[in-house]
Design a protein around this ligand. Structure first.
Ligand code: 5CA
Ligand code: ZN
Length: 409
């Protein structure tokens, strides 16, 4: 699939710091030391509805990761998937009596527009589940041939018992895993499974549903976790730097992915750091397509809200925090854009070198965007109160805000 156009990232004087970030698997901060090309896989959308603020907040976190790495003068290899065939997509298409392919294409197109408007840097490889199927089938066959997968009424399941490291990404107890499995696409109560947690790798063709050639697996469609493993291993290989997503992906999705990869390659973990963003809520509950309590990025844009303000509203919250979207959050962001724009619109101002270093230090410290915003706020307040004589300082600030925070002033 094609991704979306990249906004330009201005080069800044000097060099950024290495990223220290929270890893869910070890529940601690790790300082990453990527090679000249940093490698990141971020789980993409299931395109059955428009991009909401929760999605945007999660992609904002990983956009910051890229910007920090680019500022260390590394290249970034960024891979993202689109779950363009899965139960929720097929169910929504059926409910609304629309073609599932058309629905997925339409929502993916809208996602691209939203990401472009928000200045999120695009992945180099943007891969749909459907186009990944030829690579998924042989992996499932290998898991089966290794004794790590078994058949149940034509469907193929992964056996979590085959992985000695199972559980080490999310570190949850058995009861919590069972509960989350039921909530997040698993089927712990299906009779005949070796373990209730075992996830599906390949679903045999169902009446009235799309299916693909599965070689020795028979016609069907892929399970969710193996989709991301196949795409990640194909494009990034093992031991890439970050696998990212919202905190609702830690279990089962990233846990199962690490398990599949462990059995396939004998290595653990698949990613050096498992990074998870907090959940954005609306009216006290997690924003979710299934609940329908959503604020869409596209709806805000249509209502004339400046995408820079939407982005600043996201940046005002630490990526690991759970937070609530309110009108006030947006109003504060709109006011902040106005203040910052006024401050950089003059030809000179207070010195900006320290500010650039403050933004760099804040982001390198587990992506502390709120601290970065506070630093820019201080500079803007100084500019408004006293001004300054440093020629070109406002230009440096606006380039730093663009390069490191993705906000065009
Ligand atoms: N296609 C799969 C990943 S392979 C998927 O989870 N798609 S999704 O459309 O449901 O979510 C896309 C991303 O947005 C995921 O990283 C998910 O964790 C994140 N996300 C979903 N809802 C929220 C929310 N309310 N707040 C923050 N992030 C969210
Ligand atoms: Zn995924």
């Amino acid at each position: 699939m094609h991704a979306w156009p990249a906004s330009e990232v201005p080069a800044l004087p000097g060099k950024g710091r290495d990223l220290r970030i929270h890893d869910t698997a070890t529940d601690g901060l790790v300082t990453l030391a990527p090679g000249p090309v940093a490698r990141i896989y971020v789980c993409g959308i299931t395109p059955y509805d428009a991009t909401h603020i929760g999605h945007a907040a999660t992609y904002n976190a990983f956009d910051l990761v890229q910007r920090v790495w680019l500022d260390t003068k590394r290249q970034v290899h960024y891979v993202q998937n689109v779950t363009d065939v899965d139960d929720p997509l097929l169910e929504r298409a059926q409910r609304d009596n629309v073609d599932w392919v058309a629905l997925a294409e339409q929502e993916t197109a809208l996602f691209r527009e939203d990401m472009t408007a928000l200045r999120m840097l695009p992945p180099q490889d943007y891969i749909g589940a459907v186009e990944a199927i030829p690579g998924i089938v042989p992996l499932v066959e290998r898991l089966r041939d290794a004794g790590a997968a078994y058949e149940l009424e034509g469907d193929v399941y992964f056996s979590v018992e085959s992985d000695p490291n199972f559980g080490k990404v999310s570190n949850l107890d058995a009861a919590a895993m069972r509960l989350l499995s039921a909530e997040r696409g698993g089927d712990p109560d299906r009779p005949g499974k070796k373990s209730p947690l075992d996830p599906m790798l390949w679903m045999a063709a169902r009446e009235g549903e799309p299916c693909w050639d599965g070689g020795s697996l028979g016609p069907g469609r892929p399970g969710w976790h193996i989709e991301c493993v196949a795409i990640a291993l194909d494009h990034l290989g093992m031991r890439f730097d970050i696998q990212g997503g919202g905190s609702d992906l830690a279990f089962p999705h990233h846990e199962m992915g690490a398990s599949h990869a462990q059995v396939l390659t004998g290595e653990f973990p698949m990613a050096t750091a498992y990074v998870h963003a907090g959940m954005v809520a609306l009216h006290g509950e997690k924003m979710s397509k299934s609940k329908g309590n959503l604020v869409f990025v596209s709806a805000l844009r249509r209502a004339g809200v400046d995408p820079a303000a939407i982005r600043l509203a996201l940046l005002a919250h630490h990526y690991r925090a759970d937070w609530e979207w309110t009108d006030q959050v947006l109003q504060e962001a709109v006011a902040r854009v106005d203040r910052w724009r006024a401050a950089v619109s003059r030809p000179d101002g207070p010195p900006a070198e320290t500010l650039v270093e403050e933004i760099r230090a804040a982001l390198a410290n587990d992506l502390d965007a709120p601290a970065a915003l506070a630093a820019v706020d201080r500079w803007a307040a100084l500019q408004q109160e006293r001004g300054g004589t440093d020629e070109g300082a406002p230009g440096v600030v606006s380039r730093a805000v663009d390069a490191l925070l993705g906000v065009a002033l």
